[in-house]
Design a protein around this ligand. Structure first.
Ligand code: GDG
Length: 732
């Protein structure tokens, strides 16, 4: 039976050593709770760093034994590896860059080497436990290289990858010296998940621009397979937060914890007392100084709230070995001290500041008691605290002020949204939150609760796995269409058996690779030799069928013994005769279209116009990928309006838009050819959209073969033009 292997930097438990004995305690993070049900129910295993350095083999064995009971397996890291991999490349390179803190980003080869090595160790640990057909779900930015390391060693694994932090814009990502390696690493997965559409969009853009892969409907077309990209906004264990909050709030006052009683005392300590809460790791991405400045501004602007409103900040120590985190701690200490010094009174502290973590139940006391949650990250992949606050607000009398830079803000539209860099606006948002009516607060919280409850962490995990299964199933179906050695043999057998045979071959992308300049794609010696031999075979009609202009085709193949169909069928040259024009049509229509195309060339650097007998072509392969695609869409709309009632049509090829006389396409041209040349064996190979006409029109028994992994009506596919050449050599 296939099983699930989860891999993340940290395990869902933490190993500690007390009195020379190791013990493990469960960690309460969102990821751990989310996957727990899968983990426990499915004979699955979770691989990660146990959070402690083991110095001897006996220690390692002891730790392994303890965590095995929880279906976990360790990847042991040394101090040096933790320095380079964790504090270094993960937290001083990827984390700052992915959160747009370019100025904090360190580029260091030793960090990269450690990162590579640890990713390899994870991949090895996974492979030791995985077999063909198993599912591996890799998590987060610490393990970006793992998916492809797995794919290379074990191609039949089902691999999912989820990124918990933002994926930055291409303009930021491109800064990384190791950018191609990282993208290739992630693309080893079958399914790649992000919290928001923006992150997915940024990822796709980097893949297109840096690796040049085509993306069709959220699928990246690699040479040999498709990778699916999708959005799965992570949820929380709603039920757990809600039930714990209900239990905490229904406790009689005297039975409450000391912290809870302190909160009660604060809230009852004066008229109109209010508590604003924030919870986060002490991280520069969380906007803690900005929050403090906004709170200070609020006290200055609305002094009537002095002695009434406190900001309780729970900041959990994090990555304390990294310099920026140490500096941030100092900055926050100074800001808190400044505000308390300036505004504090004998019986009131404006900022109540905890620099530590709290047990879960205390966390719930804070969530369920606070009147407002003020969460102001400068960047945050999701921000689970926002969702946890809403779930714990069992009396619904709460207000969420949430930074628009968090993934969660996309789902929590009823929150008061702020740009944390706008200190004055955030101060006003606090005032607004304090003055909302009960009715408004309850309505907003109820709506958000309904949404978060429906798409909770269990649903998140199951939707991801469901989508991974669907993706790999589709890939299986697709794989079945790939030309296997057996199918190849059958086609060759058929070829040899039949009397009269015709082979249609497209040129660009099928027999030759793409070049930025179309004129550079001329045939090489190897190709001439191959085609010459094929054309010389007995009873074999070799037909090169292309959108290329007649003159270029004539220059390249005019003295060869091939049948040629150029400009999608507008021109043909059969063996032994001259070029024949399909039909004579006037070309005044070009006078109207050409100026439009010229205006697109002016506004789209890198694009160019080609003037063919029956068509005008706008090429944009050399243009910026996204601008080219956008302009292509615009152009199609503009031209569609211009050619109404004219005998013209638009063809969208690979990075080209062609406006041509209607009734000419490769399908029609090929059918006509076959009418005049009876063939028992027909085979066609082509790579782009215009070849689909060809595949569609050929007789049902024809062998149709698409080059590339994109969608097609062809019966089979091969990966690249090299496979086409190999296939043809095998026929000889
Ligand atoms: C990363 C991404 C994304 C906090 N203090 C205590 C405590 N916590 C728990 C919270 C919450 C979790 O830690 C923090 O999660 P966040 O989502 O807010 O932030 P990151 O740690 O930065 O997480 C983030 C997340 O991954 C998931 O994909 O949302 O964007 O940066 O669950 O409750 N828990 C306890 N005591 C504390 O003092 N028990």
């Amino acid at each position: 039976m296939s099983r699930l292997i989860i891999a993340s930097n940290r395990l869902p438990l933490k190993v500690e050593k007390h009195n020379n004995k190791y013990s493990a305690t469960a960690s309460a993070g969102g990821l751990a709770t989310g996957l727990k049900s899968y983990h426990k129910n499915n004979d699955s295993v979770w691989i990660g760093w146990p959070g402690i350095i083991a110095n001897s083999d006996t220690d390692k064995e002891e730790i392994t034994e303890i965590i095995k009971k929880e279906q976990c397996l360790p990847v042991f890291l040394t101090e040096a590896l933790i320095d380079g991999f964790y504090d270094g490349f993960s937290n001083a390179t990827l984390w700052p860059l992915f959160h747009y803190f370019v100025e904090y980003t360190r580029f260091n080869d030793q960090y990269w080497e450690a990162y590579y090595k640890v990713n390899q160790m994870f991949a090895e640990a996974i492979l030791e436990n995985a077999k063909d057909g198993d599912t591996v779900w890799v998590h987060d930015y610490q393990l970006l290289l793992v998916p492809n390391m797995l794919r290379e060693k074990c191609p039949n694994l089902k691999i999912g990858f989820f990124l918990h932090i933002p994926f930055p814009s291409y303009e930021v990502f491109r800064i990384l010296p190791w950018r191609e390696e990282l993208l290739t690493g992630i693309l080893g997965a079958d399914l790649i998940g992000f919290h928001t559409y923006d992150y997915a969009r940024h990822f796709n853009s980097s893949v297109k621009r840096l690796l040049g892969h085509e993306i069709e409907f959220s699928n990246v077309n690699l040479d040999n397979r498709q990778v699916h990209i999708d959005v799965f906004p992570m949820g929380i264990d709603y039920e757990k937060f809600e039930s714990c909050a209900l239990a905490v709030q229904s406790k009689p006052i005297q039975e409450r914890s000391k912290q809870h009683q302190d909160i009660d005392r604060f809230l009852l300590g004066g008229p109109d007392r209010h508590l604003i809460l924030s919870i986060d790791r002490l991280d520069y991405s969380k906007g803690i100084p900005e929050r403090l400045k906004a709170f200070k501004c609020f006290l200055q602007k609305y002094p009537e709230y002095i002695e009434k409103v406190s900001l309780l900040m729970l900041t959990v120590p994090s990555r304390t070995d990294v310099e920026e985190y140490q500096n941030l701690k100092t900055e926050v200490d100074v800001l808190v001290g400044g505000i308390n010094g300036e505004f504090g009174t004998l019986n009131w502290n404006p900022v109540i500041y905890f620099y530590r973590s709290l047990p879960f139940e205390n966390l719930i006391e804070l969530y369920s008691s606070a009147d407002i949650a003020l969460l102001t990250p400068l960047r945050d992949g999701m921000n689970l605290v926002a969702k946890e606050y809403i779930a714990s607000k069992v009396n619904q009398k709460g207000v969420l002020i949430l930074s628009e830079m968090t993934g969660a803000s996309k789902e929590l539209g009823e929150a008061i949204s702020v740009n944390p860099n706008n200190i004055n606006y955030t101060a006003d948002a606090i005032y607004r939150a304090l003055t909302l009516s009960d009715e408004e607060r309850i309505r907003a919280v109820k709506t958000m609760q309904k949404r978060i409850k429906r798409y909770d962490v269990h649903k998140w995990a199951s939707e991801f796995i469901k989508s991974l299964n669907k993706t790999t199933k589709k890939q299986e179906e697709h794989k079945a269409r790939k030309i296997s050695p057996k199918i190849k043999e059958l086609i060759i057998f058929d070829y040899k058996k039949e009397k009269q045979k015709t082979i249609f071959l497209d040129y660009d992308g099928t027999l030759q690779r793409f070049f930025n300049n179309p004129q550079d794609a001329k045939p090489d010696e190897e190709l001439y030799k191959l085609l010459d031999k094929l054309a010389a075979k007995e009873n074999t009609n070799l037909v090169l069928i292309s959108g290329r202009d007649k003159d270029t085709f004539d220059k390249w193949f005019g003295n060869r013994k091939y049948n040629l169909i150029a400009e999608h069928g507008a021109w043909k040259r059969e063996l032994g005769s001259d070029w024949i024009e399909r039909k004579a049509v006037h070309d005044e229509w070009k006078d109207n279209i050409l100026p439009v195309l010229e205006s697109y060339v002016d506004r789209t650097p890198g694009s160019l116009i080609e003037n063919k007998t029956y068509s005008l072509v706008w090429h944009y392969r050399k243009s910026d990928i996204e601008l080219g695609a956008l302009r292509a869409l615009e152009l199609v709309t503009d031209i569609s309006n211009l050619i109404i009632n004219q005998d013209l049509e638009i063809l969208e090829g690979s990075k080209v838009i062609e406006i041509k006389v209607a009734g000419i396409n490769k399908g029609i041209a090929a059918s006509e050819y076959l009418m005049n040349h009876k063939s028992d064996f027909v085979m066609a190979m082509g790579d782009d959209w215009t070849d689909e006409f060809l595949f569609k029109e050929l007789p049902a028994k024809a062998h149709t073969i698409k080059v590339g992994t994109g969608n097609s009506v062809a019966k089979y596919y091969v990966n690249t033009y090299r496979d086409v050449r190999n296939f043809l050599s095998d026929i000889l």
